[in-house]
Design a protein around this ligand. Structure first.
Ligand code: FAD
Length: 398
């Protein structure tokens, strides 16, 4: 496999410099070094304990029920990758990274049902194994669910559930390093460009470098690493709180539930996890859970849908940042059309953990071969933003 021309021409010491070693940076380094062992790939990470990284604070669930075909394709790739985690990443303590394919269940009241039917048709046409269940069928299948005000449910039959996201991140990082990628504890401070060329990248410790390619995998902080001279990326750190509940009564075969009121809930071992749309939308709020999101009204919503939750107890809570793309709630993947040595893999808006393996492979192919091959992620390229043409994802959770 040959080196990309931009790399050869610059004769750079570092072929690809990736800012951020969260799951996106790690996955990009993994695929680049897997596709071309000759490349010198450097991951620059300012906080290698990852305590604030989304990849450590994720709810790590995977679904096929998206409204955009490209997101469905990325999830199809993602679930296959998780099922074969040991093949790709070498043996780990958890084969298939704890993938638990219990499905997602989207609930709809009478007004929401037509939209759910439309999404169902679109998803089926893209090979998603999903079933529509009407009130009675839902009540029969999930005896613990209160279905009186539910007209329709959309249940994923395969390829949906949850997994060990931080485990995926760590194993990608380890495999990338075993393949030769370097991890530097440093911070990218600034980029300099001249015309369409990337002149240099300034690091806090290492000083100025001239890599052949720069990849912005800065997650919630990606906007600060925007291409100089171009408008800043519309990506913000949007705080999301996750509450861990216990419930004395078991909920057999509980899938990841998306309620009509907007909350999500799923099992985690013998506990449950839940979250909802945040009350405060300001970017970069302190990483503390917003307890108002579990107020009395929220308890009522939970107990209304699952009467057993009248006896719920909140065991703990945490907060993490979604890397919210304010433009259209979808990722940016690919090189900058006006600055080919600068690429982005950020802005997944809360659904990136599941998409990291496919998105990063597609980006690596795009950078090395001139176009993505495994999943055509070009609809998620930066061009849509430059053109003011959003690709809206209807199914964004919380
Ligand atoms: C509460 C919550 C629930 C979620 N649930 C799901 C889910 O169910 N399913 C799903 O698929 N996804 C989910 N996500 C989203 C998913 O976790 C993210 O999409 C994914 O982890 C993003 O990875 P990342 O590598 O882009 O960002 P991060 O993991 O945040 O990594 C970015 C890294 O870049 C580093 N960095 C930033 N700037 C610089 C710089 N200038 N120099 C050096 N380093 C820098 C940071 O220190 C950080 O480590 C959830 C997220 C949260 C917070």
């Amino acid at each position: 496999m040959s080196r990309p021309t931009s790399i050869g021409q610059r004769d750079a010491a570092v072929d690809v410099l990736i800012a951020g070693a969260g799951v996106m940076g790690a996955a990009t380094a993994f695929w680049l070094t897997r596709l071309n062992r000759q490349l010198r790939v450097v991951l620059v990470e300012r906080a290698p304990d990852f305590v604030q990284a989304s990849s450590s604070l994720s709810a790590s669930s995977i679904r096929q029920q998206f409204s955009s075909p490209v997101n469905i394709a990325l999830s199809q790739f993602g679930v296959d990758f998780l099922r074969q985690a040991d093949h790709w990443l070498g043996p780990g303590s958890q084969a298939a990274l704890g993938l638990h394919e219990a499905g997602y269940l989207y609930l709809a009241g009478r007004d929401q049902a037509p939209a759910l039917r439309d999404l169902h048709a679109l998803q089926r046409s893209h090979g998603v194994e999903v079933a529509l269940l009407e009130t009675q069928a839902l009540a029969q299948r999930f005896a613990w669910l209160q279905c009186e005000d539910i007209s329709l449910g959309s249940l994923g039959l395969r390829g949906e559930g949850w997994f060990d996201g931080p485990g995926l991140h760590q194993r990608l990082l380890r495999a990338a390093r075993q393949q030769g990628a370097e991890l530097w504890h440093d911070e990218v401070l600034a980029l300099q460009v001249r015309g369409r060329a990337l002149e240099s990248v300034a690091l806090r410790q290492a000083g100025l470098l001239s890599p052949g390619l720069f990849v912005n995998a800065g997650g919630p902080w990606a906007a600060r690493l925007s291409a100089p001279g171009a408008p800043p990326l519309p990506i913000e750190a949007g705080r999301r709180s996750v509450f861990v509940l216990s419930c004395p009564q078991p909920l057999p075969d509980c899938p990841l539930l998306i309620d009509t009121s907007g909350f999500w809930l799923r099992p985690e071992g013998r506990y449950l996890m839940t979250g909802r749309e945040p009350i405060e939308q300001e970017p970069e709020l302190p990483l503390e859970p917003d307890w108002r999101e579990m107020d009395e009204a929220q308890w009522e919503r939970l107990a209304h849908r699952i009467p057993a939750l009248q006896a719920l107890r909140v065991e703990r809570a945490w907060a993490g940042y979604y890397e919210m793309n304010r433009f259209d709630h979808n990722a940016f993947i690919g090189p900058h059309p006006q600055l080919p040595a600068y690429a982005v893999i950020s802005g997944f808006s809360g659904h990136g953990m599941q998409h990291a393996p496919g998105a990063a492979l597609a980006l690596a192919e795009w950078l090395l071969h001139g176009q993505p091959r495994s999943v055509d992620v070009r609809p998620l390229g930066l061009q849509r933003w430059l053109d003011g043409q959003p690709l809206r994802e209807a199914n964004v959770i919380g």
